[in-house]
Design a protein around this ligand. Sequence first.
Ligand code: SF4
Ligand code: SF4
Length: 327
Amino acid sequence: MSIRDNLFQFSSQILGKERTKFLFKAYDLASFDLFGKPEGAIGAIDVTNRCNLRCRHCYFFAHDYEAERELSDEEWLLKFEELKKQGFPFYQCSWIGGEPLLRKSLIEKGMGYFKSNMVTTNGMMELPDWKDVNFYVSVDGPRELHEGLRGKGTYDKILANAVRPDLRVLLSMVITRENYQGAEAFVDEWHERGGVRGCLFQFYTPVRGLENDSLWPGWEIRDKTIDVLLRLKERHGDFIVIPPEVLESMRSDRCQEITRNCLFRQVAFCFDPQGRVKKPCMMGPQADCSRCGCVLPFHLKALSDKHLMIRELFMFLRKQVGKRVFG
Ligand code: SF4
Ligand code: SF4
């Protein structure tokens, strides 16, 4: 048992498991984000090359994965054990795909290795009762616009599966030229409905090899949509989970410097369904970094700003203390 495990056990006996978990998380956040994330601290695992949808804007199908055999659960666990011996940090993992919930048993076995886990799902399957996991359910606007990208009948299935106040569910919208006008209605609708914790936004990133460059919103629409999201943030606060500084940094006059020196590419790990390292990021080598709309490089850049980080950490702690004091 490691020193950390011993400390955890000791502290749990005195403070209780929940409080100890919170303290350890706050410590990890502070040490990783204030002193720099070690290489491999965050990243993504494509657990499967299969999906129960075929969305028009999906980058996954730019790769020829379908024919290749995926690693079995046992092979993944062996890989994690190997990584452990090499000192892999096992901090934060996003389980992605394909549709990752098609390999629920693997995620269930694998998530114990990481301190923090996220599952990005299309919401077509019932969400498992994983209370410690952040689920990102993809919803690309109000019903009609969403189904234009993801297919008929998908919206009602999301309504049935994603409204889970007992879990940590966030919605994730990819903004394209076709759905950007629906961002406001989408946020208002879900804010009123309740049952999810917030909304995250990304812009569509063009991927070479996919014939859908027309989905790229262009810089003008991107900047205007950022204005809309900032207004929505004023209206709905934390329900829009991206800090205003991150949104500002995604503007056309600032974004390319950030994506040219993408911190995600520098520090994150990405594995494909065969367990191979995927470069430069989960979108694969064909992604056009100069037009990247993924929120992660911008978020990491903002976190590398120590002042902003201290403020975010302070707000996180205040929120947690508030929750514990006022329920
Ligand atoms: S649900 Fe995700 S992986 Fe599946 S086709 Fe759509 S975007 Fe691609
Ligand atoms: S596509 Fe975006 S996240 Fe991926 S390496 Fe390029 S800039 Fe970074």
